[in-house]
Design a protein around this ligand. Structure first.
Ligand code: F6R
Length: 254
């Protein structure tokens, strides 16, 4: 695992967009796994700018989003469908048929999850999976205790996660209690993983990512077992880690 530290969110986002750009230039029909949340917003902005300046072409790229809330219509302002449309999809030339998102409320949920896995397989698997991390170590919406063998499934959201996401709703009561998420196994099958960690509230999560044993109570610890993970971290998230482990030239190789 390579961990790179950046002065601020902007610097981190520029680097993240460059990694995505390299991936697409190397393989124009790349399959990307995409997150929502605050951490990737700057990266999406830079990718949009690269598209508008002609540096990047998304016409052959396929995308699979990590997760979606249950119980919200897809056009609800806080649905992840809407988030992705607003912050990325509608600004670039991705083909609508190449965009995939879990659709939790369409018919039988279990077969919907199976179908999502099948579509990922049919696309040839995920080349680059981009992730954020929850304060409790969740990746996607795989909350503590989720089996490492999990594939796309429905999950009940922890109170801590609902609390963290309440900032986007009028109150915590409006935050859905369940979501569909790619499983840990789905994520681990990606050929390359890019994890973005931003903000002081993630300092404990970053520390655990590096120092915790690999265990299901801290889902992101599984990333220690993946052969190709790059973690981009904003400086303010490093305060705990750097006390124990000095970065050399802003980089740690774990
Ligand atoms: C979002 C997702 C979540 C977020 C995580 C961090 O699709 O899968 O795991 O990445 O909750 O969210 P932010 O970036 O808002 O701190």
């Amino acid at each position: 695992m390579i961990i790179k530290r950046y002065e601020n969110n902007e610097q981190m986002s520029i680097k993240a967009s460059e990694i995505v750009k390299e991936q697409i230039l190397e393989k124009p029909n790349s399959v990307l796994g995409l997150p929502t949340g605050s951490s990737p917003l700057g990266m999406y902005n830079h990718l949009i700018a690269m598209y508008k300046s002609g540096e990047l072409d998304f016409s052959s790229v396929k995308t699979f989003n990590l997760d979606e809330y249950c119980g919200l219509p897809t056009d609800h302002p806080q649905s992840y469908h809407e988030f992705m449309n607003k912050n990325f999809f509608r600004h670039v030339n991705l083909k609508p048929e190449n965009i995939h998102m879990p659709k939790p409320d369409k018919g039988d949920q279990e077969s919907g999850c199976e179908d999502y896995e099948k579509k990922i397989r049919q696309a040839g698997g995920i080349d680059l999976q981009i992730l954020g991390i929850g304060r409790n170590g969740h990746i996607g919406f795989n909350e503590p205790g989720t089996p490492f063998s999990s594939r796309t499934h429905v999950i009940r959201l922890h109170q801590d996660t609902r609390q963290a996401n309440a900032r986007f709703f009028n109150s915590i009561d409006e935050v859905p209690k369940a979501a569909v998420t790619m499983g840990i196994k789905t994520i681990m099958r990606a050929r390359k993983i890019l994890l973005l960690i931003s903000g002081e509230s993630k300092r404990e999560a970053l520390y655990q990512l590096v120092f915790s044993s690999v265990n299901e109570q801290f889902p992101a610890s599984v990333l220690q077992l993946h052969p190709d993970v790059i973690v981009l971290v904003e400086k303010s998230a490093c305060t705990r880690l750097e006390k124990e482990y000095p970065f050399i030239n802003n980089q740690l190789n774990i």
